[in-house]
Design a binder for this molecule. Structure first.
Ligand code: COA
Length: 293
């Protein structure tokens, strides 16, 4: 078995109806594809309908599954409600909301305009809120028994991070919403969980976040104790588990999948990794010599 293998058994998501915001490309597309391979019927949403349609056709051809493309800018509540109605019209039901759509700019915060800051907050926090509220109201109104919200956050949702302050601020809010609703909406059979991915390269986001040769200068794999970036299938495996009935007792959890990256930045003495083996011999001798004085 390899970490790039598909984890769940065939038909693990059979007949589940799953909506993936931002599902037209990147990690959203990878997760969507795996859901379809496991028997789910999916809807993908974003602002770019042409891109969505191309992706939907591609995924249907590759998996033999069903993928509906629905245009929706998650920043606008009425568009989210229309998207939900389009999904219900096509499939008659919806079981899972995957809040994956995101936006991010790397920039010193003082260089951002108020509108730039708002743009990221609106997509990430307000967009996740809009979808969560619309889907949650629908599930509660219709007394649907089992439904799931899965939010894609990031490890800097709890540590914060310089140079991506709007994103850190918004993702912290999404994490708080995940945990709050896990408790409040459990009585309606709605589970809420999150995944916090570390570095998982995608063409779009990475080229935008680390343009030019920044990618080579700031090799994110070097920050990871496991010395590699993530493979999309590893993330898809966890996402599929969290939206499946296998995780029926998992609620309010955030699963970090980052090779140990954020903890490496946190531990006070973690930088001692740079010390070579011979130097440890010397250091030990020096410390023991001090003790014997
Ligand atoms: N750095 C700083 N400010 C930026 C910026 C950047 N890289 N790019 C845009 N802005 C500013 C704009 O100048 C504008 O502010 P202003 O009106 O004061 O000038 C504001 O942000 C909105 O920009 P605009 O291009 O109109 O936003 P948009 O709504 O069309 O698109 C995104 C915003 C985030 C959706 C778009 O950049 C995008 O599609 N990004 C890819 C998705 C992504 O970022 N994924 C990463 C996930 S981690």
């Amino acid at each position: 078995m390899a970490y790039t293998d598909k984890m769940l058994r065939d038909n693990a998501l059979k007949d589940k109806i799953i909506v993936v915001t931002g599902g037209g490309s990147g990690l959203g597309k990878s997760m969507t594809k795996y859901f379809m391979e496991l028997g789910a019927k999916v809807a993908i949403t974003s602002r770019d309908l042409e891109k969505l349609k191309t992706t939907a056709q591609e995924l249907e051809a590759e998996t033999g599954g069903k993928c509906l493309a629905v245009q929706c800018d998650v920043r606008h509540y009425e568009e989210v409600e229309n998207m939900l109605q389009a999904v219900l019209k096509e499939y008659g039901r919806v079981d899972v909301l995957l809040n994956n759509a995101a936006g991010n700019f790397i920039s010193p915060t003082e260089r951002l305009s108020a509108n730039a800051f708002d743009t990221v907050i609106d997509i990430v926090l307000k967009g996740s809120k809009n979808c969560t509220l619309a889907f949650g109201k629908h599930w509660i109104d219709t007394k649907q028994e089992k439904s799931t919200i899965l939010n894609i956050v990031t490890t800097y949702a709890w540590t914060g991070s310089a140079y991506v302050v709007p994103s850190a601020t918004a993702k912290a809010g999404v994490l708080a919403m995940t945990r709050s609703l896990a408790v409040e909406w459990a009585k309606y059979g709605i589970r809420s969980n999150a995944i916090a991915p570390g570095p998982f390269p995608t063409k779009g986001a990475w080229d935008r976040l680390l343009p030019g040769d920044l990618k080579d200068k700031f090799d994110l794999a070097k920050k990871v104790p496991l010395k590699r970036v993530g493979d999309h299938q590893e993330l898809a495996n966890i996402a599929a588990y969290l939206v499946s009935d296998f995780s029926a007792y998992v609620n309010g959890e955030v699963i970090t999948i980052d090779g140990g990256e954020w903890l490496k930045g946190a531990g006070q003495f973690n930088l001692l990794e740079a010390i070579p083996e011979e130097m440890w011999d010397m250091l030990e001798a020096m410390i023991k010599a001090k003790k014997n004085k």
